[in-house]
Every structure is written in structure tokens, then in C-alpha cells.
Design a protein around this ligand. Structure first.
Ligand code: FES
Length: 131
């Protein structure tokens, strides 16, 4: 894992507000990848809630925010197939690692692996990311 190669998110006191798009251009299910200072960030509208993640996969540094957003197979007690988290899972386009867009944590090792997440604010009809 290359998690140590990803840059740390800036401290709250040093963050700058970066315009992503007007709210109307980022409806539920949409995403936009933007430059936010020294970071490239994917901003997602997750069923009306905005989430932003660093566009670097902790596995092998792929542009993870370009991957499909979908659901995943949930754990089950027996042989059954339960689809869940629909529209909340970002799958890396290179090797398919899955991350929850709710908190950035990987689905296979949530305690040790995840995406760097950024705060998103909406002001005056525009979406901003703090980075
Ligand atoms: S680079 Fe993302 S899963 Fe391998």
C-alpha cells in the first residue's frame, strides 16, 4: 500500500475555499474533479450531500475519483446476494478497490485504508471545497 505517498489534508487554519461549481451544475449523482490549491479533488453529490475526496488511490495512486460510483455486495451470513450502499461506493478504475463516499474508508480494510476527504460548503448557490 502506498498510503504514505498521498499528501496530508491541510490543517483547518490553513485551508482555502475553492469554487467547484454552482449547485445547479452538481445535481444528485453528479461529480466534478477540480484543482483545489495543490490538490486535485473529486466532488460528488451523494443523494444531496456533497463529499470531496483526494483524487489519488491509496493502492497505486490511480485517479480514483474517475471510477464508477455504484453499490456493492454486502456481507451475508449464508449464501445469499445482498446489494447495498447503492450510489455510495466509489470503485477505483485501475484495480477495483472500493471506498465509501460517506467517509472515504475502504470497504476491505476500513481501519487502515481510505481516501483523504475534504470539507465541502455551499454558499450563495455555489459549492466550494476547503483545501
Ligand atoms: S490504484 Fe486504485 S485499486 Fe489499485
Amino acid at each position: 500500500m502506498n498510503a504514505t505517498l498521498t499528501p496530508a489534508a491541510p490543517a483547518a487554519s490553513t485551508r482555502t475555499k475553492h469554487l467547484v461549481a454552482p449547485v445547479a451544475e452538481l445535481p444528485p449523482g453528479a461529480r466534478k474533479i477540480v484543482k483545489a490549491g495543490r490538490f486535485e479533488v473529486g466532488v460528488f453529490n451523494l443523494k444531496g450531500e456533497y463529499k470531496a475526496a483526494l483524487n489519488i488511490c491509496p493502492h497505486a495512486l490511480a485517479p480514483v475519483c474517475a471510477g464508477p460510483v455504484r453499490g456493492t455486495m454486502l456481507p451475508a451470513e449464508k449464501v445469499e446476494y445482498n446489494w447495498g450502499m447503492d450510489g455510495e461506493v466509489l470503485s477505483c478504475p485501475w484495480h477495483g478497490w472500493e471506498f465509501s463516499l460517506k467517509d472515504g474508508r475502504s470497504l476491505h480494510d476500513p481501519k487502515r485504508c481510505g481516501l483523504k476527504m475534504f470539507e465541502v460548503v455551499v454558499e450563495d448557490g455555489n459549492v466550494y471545497v476547503l483545501a
